[in-house]
Design a protein around this ligand. Sequence first.
Ligand SMILES: [Cu+2]
Length: 198
Amino acid sequence: MFRNPALSCALMLGAALHAADAPAPAAPAGHDHGAPAGENKAPEPKESMFLSVDPKEPKTARLVVVSAYNAANYGMNFNGFAKGGARYTIPLGWTVSVVFTNNSPVPHSAIVVERPVVKRLQMGDPAFTGASTPNPVRGTTGKTGVPFRFVAGEAGEYAIACGFPSHSANGHWIGFDVSATAEAPSLQFGDKPPYVAR
Ligand SMILES: [Cu+2]
């Protein structure tokens, strides 16, 4: 058997994904992707924890992106959401300042890609220069914040995805839109009204 559980998991999920566009199977028991122990301890996600603006830094959205925030989707979530269940909207031309952390011992990462890319096993290059954690294929562990920033220079529908192979295809992504009409950044959880940061 594979000695590296993350690797064996990635390979197993990769094999499963050869059925093109078939829904990815749920990870079998014992193969979770690093959901933190004590899954009920993570506080209920609140939008204001993950998006803010600082008046001293105009036209800059500050994002907190936490991988394996809780046990949702076997830990393959950002801020508790997977499969596009949460969505940031950023005004066109704003700077996006992200601090990424990973609550899990299993490597995860964050990379901004065009929305259709989330189905792929590998994410390739970020949609905007600088829009990923370092080496997103390898990912990082540990709760030390990993900062990155970029300019949302083109309107469209994107995603914040995990660059660790096969994770995004298994739901480790949330929505990230760049809007030519929005005047302030917002974050929407599911069907709730978007939270607008001002
Ligand atoms: Cu991941």
